[in-house]
Design a binder for this molecule. Structure first.
Ligand code: PGA
Length: 265
């Protein structure tokens, strides 16, 4: 695992965008695994900006998102399909038929999840999986106790996640946060050829330190990234506050030729 500490969230988002953009330029028919959440919004806007300027082409790109709420239709402003259309897909030249999220309205959720896995396999697997981390330690909606070999399935959300995402739902408008979701499993995520995790802000400092430097445990599903042979974690200074090996991460980023093109972002 490589950990890169950027001075600000803006710089962290910029670096993540540059890594994704280069992967897409190298392989125009890239299969991208995508994530939702507040952390990713600016990153997606940056990718959209590059697309608008003609620097990046999504016409052959395929995407698979990590997760979707059970019971929210695509038109619901709180669904992750809506989020993805709003923050990325409607702003870039991607063929919407190549964009995939689990269907949280499916009648047979088990079938829907198996079908999602089949589609990913048919696409040749995910090349680059973008990840955030939740306050519960989840990647996707893999809450504590999720098996490291879990696959796409329906899950129940923890009180920590209900509290984290609850404020997006406005009871005055009759909105209620679902307690269930469909998510790629931890095992599904680990099957991606490479992982890119982006984590910013003070409130994530404790959980990201556990995921990167703590013991691997299903109590923090994000710690499963330690198993992946090609994983980069980008954090801002705020999120990096509790990491013990900061000096090492900084010197590795400063000296590894792999990062030459990215150091002056
Ligand atoms: P956030 O969510 O980006 O809104 O903090 C991340 C997550 O819960 O995985």
């Amino acid at each position: 695992m490589e950990v890169i500490i950027m001075p600000t969230a803006e710089k962290a988002e910029q670096l993540a965008a540059a890594i994704i953009a280069d992967a897409l330029r190298q392989k125009p028919n890239l299969t991208l695994g995508l994530a939702t959440g507040a952390t990713m919004e600016n990153l997606y806007h940056k990718l959209a900006e590059m697309n608008k300027k003609g620097e990046l082409d999504f016409s052959l790109c395929k995407t698979f998102n990590l997760d979707e709420y059970v019971g929210l239709p695509a038109e619901d402003r709180n669904s992750y399909r809506y989020y993805m259309n709003y923050h990325l897909f409607d702003r870039i030249n991607i063929d919407k038929r190549n964009t995939h999220l689990e269907d949280g309205m499916a009648e047979d959720l088990e079938f829907e999840c198996a079908e999602y896995e089949r589609l990913m396999e048919e696409a040749g697997g995910v090349d680059l999986q973008l990840l955030g981390i939740g306050l519960s330690g989840h990647i996707g909606f893999n809450e504590p106790t999720s098996s490291f070999s879990s696959r796409t399935r329906a899950v129940n959300l923890t009180p920590v996640t209900m509290a984290q995402n609850g404020p997006y739902f406005d009871p005055a408008k009759g909105e209620k946060m679902p307690t269930r979701a469909l998510t790629m499993g931890v095992g599904t995520v680990l099957d991606a050829k490479s992982l890119l995790m982006l984590v910013t802000g003070t409130r994530k400092a404790d959980i990201i330190a556990k995921a990167i430097e703590g013991p691997m445990t299903s109590m923090v599903s994000g710690s499963a990234i330690q198993l992946h042979p090609d994983c980069t974690v980008i954090v801002d200074e705020e999120a990096a506050a509790k990491l013990t090996l900061k000096d090492y991460y900084r010197s590795a980023f400063a000296n590894d030729p792999k990062w030459d093109a990215y150091r002056n972002i």
